[in-house]
Design a protein around this ligand. Structure first.
Ligand SMILES: Cc1ncc(COP(=O)(O)O)c(C=O)c1O
Length: 399
C-alpha cells in the first residue's frame, strides 16, 4: 500500500471528500431576495412559518425561533424556572455553551461524566449528582446521537426535574420514533453555519407544553428573536434536509460495514432505540492497543495527511477544563453565583473529575464532519483505504 503520506508517500485521497458546506442554490437566492425587496426583514411571517415547519419535523407542538442556539438555551432555562443559584446538570463532554448558558442565567452548571460507549451523558452520573438545589438536566445529543432519553426522563420524573434537550447537533434525529427536542420538557437547536440545518446563525426552542412555550416566547421577546432573512433561508435548507440525511445514512452504512474488517477503529454501537441518526459529526473509537500503542494524535495526523480530515469532535477537552470554568473569570465578569451545594464552599471546577470524558477526549474519540458524507460511496471507500493503509504501516507511525 505504499509509504504513508505523512512520510512523503502519495495520499489516498486525491480530491476533496464529500461536499463543500453550506449547500445552497436558486431557491435560497430567490427566498432571500424576496424578503430583501419586501423590506420586511424583521417581520414575523417567515419566522412563524419556519417555527411551525420545524416543530412538525421534530414532532413538537410549539416553536420559538431565535437568534442562535446559545440564547435558546438561556431562554429555556428561564422558561423552565431555573433561578439564581439553582443547579443544572450538564455533560462534561459538550460544547462549552451548554454550560456557559447556565452561568448566564446565574445558575450553577454541575458537570457529570459520559457513558463510555455512546459518549452521551451517563444517567447514573446524573442520578448521583442530584441535590436539593437541582432544577434541570441538559442532555446533549452529542454529534447528533440521541442520549438515553428513557433513563433521563425516568430520573427527572422521580425527582421532579425539568429536562432540556440540547439538540444543537441533532436536527432530524429520533429516539424511539420521536424527534429529539420533543421528548424532554423543552429542546433547543442551533442553526449556526456548520450545523446540518443552517441559516448562518440561528436557534430554536421546541416544546409540547403550552405554558413553557408562552414563557419561552416572553423571554425571546427580550430580543433574542430570529429575523425574517434567517427564517427564509432556513425554510429552503429544511427542504434539503431529508435527502442529505439519506445520503449520510447510506454512506455511514457502507463505512460501518467496511470498518468491521479493520481492527482498532470501531464505530459507536447503535442502540435500537435510535431510530433516526442525523449527525453533525460522526464519532468513532480509536483503540491504540490495536495500533501497537500508537497514540491517537499520531493516527489522526496520518489520517489527515492521507486526505481524510479527522478531528476530535467539536471540542477537545471536558468543559470544566475550558477557559470559562478553568479560571472562573467568566463568573467574575458576570458577577454570577459561585456557590453550589455539591461543592463545600466556592465552586471550583478544578476539582471536577470525569474519568470517561477525560480518557475519551485524550485517547479515543475521532470525528468526521457531516459534510464528508454528502458525496458518493466511493468517498467511503477512500476513507476505508486510508484506515487500511495506516494500519498496515503502523511501523512508520512509531518512528
Ligand atoms: C452542544 C451545543 N450547544 C449549544 C451550542 C450553541 O449554539 P450557537 O452557536 O448557535 O449559539 C452549540 C454550538 O455549536 C453546541 O454545539
Amino acid at each position: 500500500m505504499g509509504v504513508l503520506a505523512l512520510n512523503g508517500g502519495e495520499p489516498v485521497v486525491k480530491s476533496t471528500l464529500g461536499k463543500r458546506w453550506p449547500i445552497f442554490g436558486e431557491s435560497e437566492e430567490k427566498a432571500l431576495l424576496e424578503v430583501l425587496h419586501s423590506g420586511e426583514w424583521n417581520c414575523r411571517d417567515k419566522v412563524a412559518e419556519v417555527g411551525e415547519a420545524f416543530a412538525a419535523y421534530q414532532d413538537a407542538k410549539y416553536a420559538v425561533p431565535l437568534a442562535n442556539g446559545t440564547v435558546a438555551l438561556q431562554c429555556v432555562l428561564k422558561a423552565a424556572g431555573v433561578n439564581a443559584g439553582d443547579e443544572v446538570i450538564v455533560p462534561a463532554l459538550t460544547f462549552v455553551a451548554t454550560a456557559t448558558s447556565v452561568v448566564l442565567v446565574n445558575a450553577v452548571p454541575v458537570m457529570v461524566d459520559i457513558d463510555p460507549l455512546t459518549y452521551n451523558i451517563s444517567p447514573e452520573a446524573v442520578e448521583a449528582a442530584i441535590t436539593p438545589r437541582t432544577k434541570a438536566i441538559i442532555p446533549v445529543h452529542n454529534g447528533g446521537y440521541p442520549a438515553d432519553m428513557d433513563a433521563i426522563m425516568e430520573i427527572a420524573d422521580r425527582h421532579g426535574l425539568r429536562v432540556i434537550e440540547d439538540c444543537a447537533h441533532a436536527h432530524g434525529s429520533q429516539w424511539r420514533g420521536k424527534g429529539v427536542g420533543s421528548i424532554g420538557h423543552l429542546g433547543t437547536f442551533s442553526f449556526q453555519i456548520g450545523k446540518t440545518l443552517t441559516c448562518g446563525e440561528g436557534g430554536m426552542v421546541l416544546t409540547n407544553d403550552q405554558e413553557l412555550a408562552e414563557n419561552a416566547a416572553r423571554f425571546a421577546n427580550l430580543n433574542m428573536r430570529m429575523t425574517n432573512l434567517q427564517a427564509a433561508l432556513l425554510l429552503c435548507q429544511l427542504e434539503r434536509l431529508d435527502a442529505q440525511v439519506e445520503t449520510r445514512e447510506q454512506n455511514t452504512a457502507h463505512l460501518v460495514a467496511g470498518m468491521k474488517a479493520i481492527k482498532g477503529v470501531d464505530p459507536i454501537p447503535r442502540d435500537d432505540r435510535v431510530t433516526r441518526w442525523c449527525f453533525y459529526y460522526w464519532d468513532f473509537r480509536y483503540i491504540p492497543d490495536e495500533f501497537e500503542g500508537v497514540p491517537r494524535s499520531r493516527f489522526l495526523e496520518a489520517l489527515n495527511a492521507e486526505g481524510v480530515p479527522g478531528g476530535v469532535g467539536a471540542h477537545g477537552q471536558p468543559i470544566y477544563q475550558e477557559g470559562p470554568f478553568a479560571d472562573m473569570d467568566f463568573f467574575d465578569q458576570l458577577g454570577s453565583a459561585r456557590k453550589g451545594s455539591l461543592y463545600e464552599e466556592e465552586i471550583d471546577y478544578s476539582k471536577v473529575y470525569c474519568p470517561n470524558a477525560e480518557r475519551v477526549y485524550a485517547e479515543e474519540v475521532c470525528s468526521l464532519t457531516h459534510a464528508l458524507f454528502l458525496g458518493g460511496v466511493d468517498d467511503m471507500e477512500h476513507i476505508l483505504e486510508a484506515f487500511h493503509k495506516i494500519r498496515n504501516n503502523t511501523d512508520e507511525l512509531k518512528q
